[in-house]
Design a protein around this ligand. Structure first.
Ligand SMILES: C[S@@+](CC[C@H](N)C(=O)[O-])C[C@H]1O[C@@H](n2cnc3c(N)ncnc32)[C@H](O)[C@@H]1O
Length: 632
């Protein structure tokens, strides 16, 4: 697994880096050849002598065989020196001139490219000091950015050959660079790149030592450049920022260009991250937060209420990461249905169909991440045969926390469309009895369809209001409450959440969740021999739908929080603004798109230790119901 299947041959886009034909040799001068002919190179060591000899031989041979420039080379010279027609280079002098032209063109272009690279790669590019470093730096920049983007060597090679096909300038530069690299390797005498260092180092220095020294020098340059850039950014930020008033913000919002807004977001975040030092003395934190809220709303299309909740939830710099990650879709993941197949076999079958995949991670034995696929992943024969289900990574976590056992009686209180139900059934190995309930009868059809396809035979699908499920059945070993929620953790899937979830919606969900969790607890038998557990989960990141609900349940019922068994994710909050939650809320887990590359998710696991409903809570319960009625 993890190996990419080769389905169809890759189109050859040109010779590889190593195999590429070198451009015609370029001679900085004839002195070496003449020296060699006269035997006047006394200080060279044996290997260098050999290299020089080879090179001189090549030079002599080349001089005796006049060559024509290659078309791509010609076009480059032509473009930069329009008056120069294609030239036959037949004399040493013209070779030298040719070499100079080539070097000039190459240097100009390399410098230009370096400037571009510097602009986009920011701190990753070394400052060019001399021609050869520029060329090395460029190659390194390409490689480094390839590494950062997760490309393999072959990918880098592919880019190079692509550029060869598509862009003569690129091709010319690369060939020229490589040619010069080889010259340096072949003959250090003519290289001025390391001359000063070479003087310092001993003649016996190993190539690897020389390379290492060169690398260190580049790293220093990178650090220096990064620092300079940081300083530059800092200088333009902070004190120079003038906060606009409401009228100005309104006018800006009318404009289609959000560049100004984006810049101000960065500036304000910069100031807020060290407020006492960077603030304008005449402005308060609230002033900055107000403008930031408006700017973020207009830039990312959120309503103000939701943005305010998120600003309260995250540190400003983390908030931006969350917002950015919520704009990007999560990777496609599937869960192997172990009732029908094994992950290894499924992976192989899908690889054979042209799917590029990997296991999700060590923590799951059934999940697979799909990088790309030549077939629609929701319509393969394996899918139709129920060998897998499309399921987000985070949605595996509540079932793992529930930890179903064979032969138990389990309730999935809000089950549609049944992804988690079928996961539970698979872990139970189709034993015991599993109730899949959902208030929405239409959505219950989806549960039935999924359970059929997946070969689940231990389930009863029913449609009741979960809040009243105690009047239907109780005495379960475990209950999963994957509660209806605002969906603030899955904004990348449903961007409408950003604008359509208002305060009243969050309040509505929070109340519904509190009612559902009490019902879920009441459905569980505290004396279950194997269980007595309730798992609560949402795909929301808001405290009102998560920690508040659990804290409420802890007060109302004889339950305690226990570890979820998931060894990643962030701890739930135990304090939030003026609120203080039960300290055990640190046992709950939060998952975020920007930190875990999963949907935003919350998971809590409760153990019921008594079936008695605390008396005080019944009075509270009445008050709660009255409050609810008033709000409706
Ligand atoms: C987050 S979805 C459940 C997803 C499901 N667990 C899965 O993994 O496929 C929440 C579900 O709760 C259902 N729901 C909403 N209110 C309910 C209630 N009072 N009782 C039972 N189900 C309810 C909705 O119809 C919706 O299907």
């Amino acid at each position: 697994m993890g190996r990419k299947a080769l389905f169809g041959e890759k189109q050859k886009s040109g010779p590889g880096r190593k195999a590429r034909k070198q451009s015609d040799p370029v001679f900085p001068g004839l002195s070496i050849a003449n020296d060699f002919k006269s035997g006047n190179i006394p200080t060279l060591k044996r290997k260098r002598k050999k290299n020089s000899k080879n090179k001189a031989n090549k030079m002599v041979k080349s001089l005796s065989q006049p060559k024509q420039l290659k078309p791509e080379f010609e076009s480059d010279v032509e473009s930069d020196n329009a008056s120069d027609e294609t030239v036959r280079i037949g004399s040493p002098q013209s070779d030298i001139e040719e070499s100079n032209i080539r070097r000039k063109v190459s240097k100009d272009k390399t410098t230009e490219k370096m400037k571009k690279a510097k602009k986009f790669k920011l701190s990753l590019v070394p400052v060019p000091e001399e021609e050869s470093s520029e060329e090395d730096a460029e190659v390194e920049t390409r490689n480094l950015s390839a590494v950062l983007e997760g490309e393999s060597d072959s990918d880098v090679a592919m880019h190079e050959t692509d550029s060869e096909n598509g862009n003569n300038d690129m091709s010319f530069n690369q060939q020229d660079d490589e040619g010069e690299d080889e010259d340096r390797d072949e003959n250090d005498v003519t290289s001025n790149e390391d001359s000063s260092d070479d003087e310092k180092s001993s003649d016996d220095e190993l190539p690897i030592e020389r390379a290492s020294r060169k690398l260190q020098r580049k790293q220093k340059q990178i650090a220096k450049l990064a620092n300079e850039e940081l300083m530059e950014t800092n200088v333009t930020n902070g004190p120079e920022l003038v906060l606009p008033d409401d009228e100005e913000i309104k006018n800006e919002l009318g404009a289609s260009d959000l560049t100004l807004v984006k810049q101000r977001i960065s500036d304000i975040i910069y100031i807020l991250s060290d407020f006492s030092k960077r603030k304008d003395p005449n402005k308060s934190r609230t002033d900055y937060i107000n403008v930031l809220t408006k700017d973020l709303c207009s830039y990312y299309n959120y309503n103000e209420y939701l943005m305010e909740r998120l600003i309260e939830l995250f540190h400003v710099s983390e908030l931006k990461e969350f917002l950015e990650a919520s704009e990007v879709e999560r990777p496609v993941t599937i869960r192997t249905n172990t009732l029908k197949t094994r992950r290894r076999d499924l992976a192989q079958a899908l690889i054979n169909r042209g799917v590029n995949l990997d296991p999700i991670g060590k923590w799951s034995r059934v999940g697979l991440i799909i990088y790309d696929s030549q077939v629609p992943i929701g319509a393969t024969p394996e899918y139709l045969a129920g060998h897998y289900i499309l399921q987000g990574t985070a949605s595996l976590l509540p079932v793992m926390a529930l930890c179903p056992q064979e032969n138990e009686r389990i309730l999935d209180m809000c089950a549609a469309p049944g992804a988690k139900t079928s996961h539970i059934a698979a872990i139970m190995k189709n034993t015991g009895i599993l109730f899949a309930n959902d208030i929405n009868t239409d959505r219950c059809k989806a549960i039935v369809g999924n359970l059929h396809r997946m070969g689940v035979v231990n389930s009863v699908v029913c449609s009741h209001d979960g809040r009243k499920f105690t009047s239907v059945l109780t005495g379960f070993d475990r209950v999963l409450l994957d509660a209806p929620c605002s969906g603030t953790g899955i904004i990348s899937k449903d961007p409408a959440v950003k604008s359509n979830k208002e305060e009243k919606d969050i309040k509505h969900f929070s109340h519904l969740q509190k009612q559902l969790i009490l019902a879920a607890i009441d459905c569980v038998d505290a004396n279950s021999k194997t269980g007595g557990y309730i798992v609560y989960s949402t795909c929301s990141v808001l405290i009102e739908e998560n920690e508040w609900v659990i804290d409420y349940a802890l007060k109302k019922r004889n339950v305690k929080l226990v570890p979820t068994g998931i060894d990643f994710g962030k701890e739930g909050f135990i304090k939030y603004r003026e609120h203080r939650f039960h300290p055990s809320l640190n046992l709950t887990r939060r998952f975020y798109p920007h930190s875990h590359n999963t949907d935003g998710f919350f998971v809590a696991k409760l153990k019921k230790f008594s079936n008695i409903i605390p008396k005080s809570s019944s009075a509270d319960g009445k008050r709660f119901v009255i409050a609810l009625i008033r709000e409706m």
